[in-house]
Design a protein around this ligand. Structure first.
Ligand code: ZN
Length: 139
C-alpha cells in the first residue's frame, strides 16, 4: 500500500457550465484555484456521456457512449497529475428517466447542470504507468 498525509488548502463549491465537458470543467476549476491535487464529489445532469470500463484481462478501456439526457446521481473522483497535466479521475452513477442506472469511469459528458464540491490538497499526486495493472496509478 502507498499512502501519505495530505493538507487541505481550501474547500470550494462551483457550478459547472452548461454545454461544457463535465471532466474538463473539473480540471479547469482545479487549475483556476491552483490545486496541486484534490478530491471531489458532484451531482447534476448531462446531455450525453462516454463511459469507460477497464477490461482487467485485456488491460484496455472499453468505451460506451450514451447520447441521451442522464442524471448524474453521484459523481466522485480526484484530481492528480498525469503527463504533467491536471487529470480529473471521474466516476459516476448516471440514471435514465426510467430510473435505470448506468455507471463507470466518465471520460466525457456534456454538462446540462452540475454542482461540484472540491477539496484542494497542498501535496501533488502524480500518476505513472503501473506494470501489473497497466493503469496510470499514483506513485
Ligand atoms: Zn476510473
Amino acid at each position: 500500500m502507498n499512502y501519505r498525509e495530505v493538507t487541505t488548502t481550501g474547500e470550494y463549491v462551483a457550478r459547472l457550465e452548461t454545454g461544457a465537458d463535465w471532466r474538463e470543467e473539473i480540471e479547469t476549476f482545479a487549475a483556476d484555484v491552483g490545486a496541486a491535487a484534490g478530491w471531489f464529489s458532484a451531482i447534476g445532469s448531462v446531455e450525453d456521456a462516454e463511459i469507460w470500463f477497464y477490461d482487467q484481462d485485456d488491460k484496455e478501456y472499453q468505451s460506451v457512449a450514451f447520447d441521451e439526457p442522464l442524471e448524474v446521481a453521484a459523481c466522485v473522483g480526484n484530481v492528480s497529475h498525469l503527463d504533467d497535466e491536471l487529470f480529473a479521475h471521474t466516476h459516476a452513477v448516471l440514471s435514465r428517466a426510467s430510473g435505470q442506472a448506468l455507471a463507470g469511469h466518465i471520460n466525457a459528458g456534456t454538462v446540462f447542470a452540475g454542482e461540484l464540491y472540491f477539496r484542494a490538497f497542498e501535496q501533488p499526486l502524480d500518476r505513472t504507468r503501473d506494470e501489473t495493472t497497466e493503469l496510470d496509478l499514483w506513485l
